[in-house]
Ligand binder design. Structure first.
Ligand code: NAP
Ligand code: MG
Length: 462
């Protein structure tokens, strides 16, 4: 796609208030592919005003009509599937088949699920002598990261629109082209002017202006814990609703009865997909002492197979960060059994698929989110030890448990402090609530639980 030289505000592409631009870089070859305007507080203000103006009509549009428009938006995403995949590959660097299947495919499912939900959800309930109305919260400020550029946008915009909220989006500076494509889709779908607005720009400028704007009723943020804490504090001070989807350091717990080869292979694939840039990735693999060496061998072989099939990470800063973590792992005494810190190619922000053995639970690489293709294999002595290790980080976003039967895995999963657990390789469900325990966040996305984040109750007593 060719980038728009403006902001999508009030149903039209308008010139930005300032003259600064952001260069969009292809991380596979480090070439500048396009430029978008860098928004300022002025652009954010114009977008929030447009969203406020659109709110009275949109919030009172019958849910069935909102559902039809979200369905039309889904259809526009379907029509742009190839362009979306190519755009994500160009600005994020993920291999095209993955972009087609996941980066373009999953948001279509999520948008479809909210078209269905808006049509069927009961925005009214009876409790005793009360009628309770579920009303939209108001204007949403959505701030999204680059790791799943369209998915993160649709996860917020689709439920917000289904609820009757209007939205101002500030996407990640690394992936603004996908956001512009989404705006085109919303426009073509006939989403009314001002219901969805886009301001591209830098986090500390446009993002912060959006989080602080008094015309915003709810801030929904996905990204780093550091920025999330700041946004939470800002929202708290203004008594604004806030949803935070932050980092993770999820455990892949392989119990002694599990099919080891399957658990290890799926576990390594889970981390390597999207080059490790997945907040819910199972970056800690927990294996019992008796089968530890076998697991290490299997994981090293699985990672080696990825070799050059893995895409780059998003930018030079992330590449340096991930390589720094690999060096830190070696310094702290972990053993590299696949990959390593050296960049595999001269050009592009690539990192080798890396597996560490002899990782202990307190090491930096076992505690901090690396956001790169790095798996740490940790030894446990018994189930209680495994549970202590699994729960032993500040995070609690996701995880996996493998055992000979589901019941044994479920019993373990119920003791984990985390928001999602895949049992024996259970597949992603785009309607299951997604979100974190502990410092992985506040609130939930996807499905009916994701919808309620954008609703507030009004009780009438009779
Ligand atoms: P980030 O800075 O938290 O970026 C997330 C979003 O917040 C982006 O749109 C960003 O804009 C914006 N932002 C940054 N500073 C802001 C501020 N002061 N006020 C309002 N918005 C602000 O994350 P990052 O720098 O891209 O990545 C750093 C680390 O965060 C990663 O290594 C990873 O550990 C974690 N991360 C987690 C997720 C997740 O899904 N949970 C996603 C991405 C990253 P800019 O794009 O201009 O920075
Ligand atoms: Mg940033």
């Amino acid at each position: 796609m060719k980038a728009h030289d403006g902001m999508y505000i009030g149903g039209a592409w308008r010139p930005a208030a300032g003259t600064d631009t952001i260069e969009v870089v292809n991380p596979a070859d480090e070439q500048v592919i396009d430029r978008v305007p860098a928004g300022t507080a002025q652009d954010v203000d114009a977008a929030v005003r447009a969203a406020r103006d659109a709110f009275p009509a949109w919030s009172t549009t019958p849910p069935a009509e909102r559902a039809a428009l979200i369905g039309a938006l889904r259809d526009q995403l379907v029509a742009r599937k190839d362009e979306i995949a190519e755009t994500v590959t160009a600005e994020l660097g993920s291999p095209l088949p993955f972009s087609q299947m996941v980066h373009a495919g999953v948001p279509i499912l999520v948008a479809g699920s909210y078209a269905d939900l808006a049509a069927t959800y009961s925005f009214e309930e009876k409790i005793g002598n009360s009628t309770v109305y579920l009303e939209p919260v108001g204007v949403v400020g959505a701030i999204t990261p680059w790791n799943y550029p369209l998915h993160q946008i649709v996860n917020k915009v689709a439920p917000a629109l289904a609820a009757g909220c209007t939205v101002v989006l500030k996407p990640a500076e690394d992936t603004p082209l996908t956001a512009q494509l989404f705006a085109e889709a919303a426009h073509e779908a006939g989403i009314p002017a001002g219901v969805f607005n886009l301001v591209t720009g830098l986090g500390p400028v446009a993002g912060q202006a959006l989080a602080e704007h008094e015309g915003v009723d709810l801030v929904s943020f996905t990204g780093s814990t550091a920025v999330g804490k700041q946004i939470g504090a800002t929202a708290g001070a203004a008594v604004k609703r806030v949803a935070l989807e932050l980092g993770g350091k999820s455990a892949n717990v392989i119990l002694p009865s599990a099919d080891l080869a399957k658990a290890v292979n799926v576990g390594v694939a889970n981390v390597m997909s999207n080059s490790g840039q997945t907040c819910s990735a199972w970056t800690r693999m927990l294996v019992d002492s008796a089968r530890y060496d076998e697991a290490v061998e299997l994981a090293a072989a699985a990672a080696a197979k990825y070799g050059s099939r893995i895409g780059p990470v998003v930018n030079a800063k992330q590449q340096a960060r991930v390589r720094g973590y690999i060096e830190k792992g070696v310094e702290e005494g972990a053993r590299v059994v696949a990959g390593g810190a050296e960049a595999p190619h001269e050009q592009g922000y690539f990192v080798q698929p890396t597996v560490f053995a002899d990782v202990t639970p307190e090491m930096t690489i076992a505690q901090e989110e690396i956001f790169g293709p790095v798996v740490s294999i940790i030894r446990y002595e018994d189930e209680d030890d495994a549970l202590r290790i699994a729960n032993g980080t500040v995070y609690g976003l996701a995880g996996a448990v493998w055992a000979a039967d589901d019941a044994e895995a479920v019993a373990f999963a119920r003791r984990m402090d985390t928001g999602q657990v895949d049992i024996n390789g259970g597949s992603f469900n785009p309607q299951a609530p997604f979100g974190g325990y502990k410092q992985s966040g506040v609130g939930r996305e996807l499905g009916p639980h994701g919808l309620t984040e954008y609703l507030q109750t009004k009780s009438l007593q009779f």
